[in-house]
Design a protein. Structure first.
Length: 52
């Protein structure tokens, strides 16, 4: 018996969500808070730091 198409689509959708949850897109090593003056743009420091 062929399953209804809605169940096939729902199953694929849920499997994709579960797979995406196990692979974080961005790995944040640490966050250094820095004051930002009002009206000024801020920059994000992307230098690599050693974990040791």
């Amino acid at each position: 018996m062929k399953p209804p198409i809605i169940f096939v689509i729902a199953s694929v959708f849920l499997i994709n969500i579960a797979f995406a949850a196990t692979l974080p897109a961005i790995l944040i090593e640490k966050v250094d808070p820095q004051p930002v003056e009002p009206g000024r743009d801020f920059t994000i420091d992307t230098r690599k730091t050693s974990a040791a």
